[in-house]
Write a protein that binds this ligand. Structure first.
Ligand code: SF4
Length: 87
């Protein structure tokens, strides 16, 4: 499975994805284990006008890999746990 292709597909599918700051970025940055790549991906997210929408999508679909909405896998797991406890 290549998750980076999934991101590329998602980012051409319309709605909020059309405003994504990472639209023309290398998707590999968002799924790399290299810390420099991940920091670069997060810098796109920091300036992204659809960060909240992206994060909510990743949480709703339980995206297990990559940088989404300015979060990594561990941060999303933490957010989901916190939401479950608050529900
Ligand atoms: S928040 Fe990050 S991953 Fe999501 S669309 Fe924006 S730049 Fe891309």
């Amino acid at each position: 499975m290549s998750t980076s292709f999934a991101l590329a597909d998602l980012l051409t599918s319309g709605s909020w994805q059309e405003d994504a700051a990472c639209r023309d970025a290398d998707p590999e940055l968002f799924f790399s284990n290299d810390e420099t790549d991940r920091e670069q991906a997060l810098s796109y997210c920091a300036a992204c006008p659809v960060r909240v929408e992206c994060l909510e999508h990743a949480l709703a679909t339980r995206e297990a890999y990559g940088i989404w909405g300015g979060t990594d896998e561990t941060e999303r797991k933490r957010l989901l746990r916190r939401r479950r406890r608050a529900a």
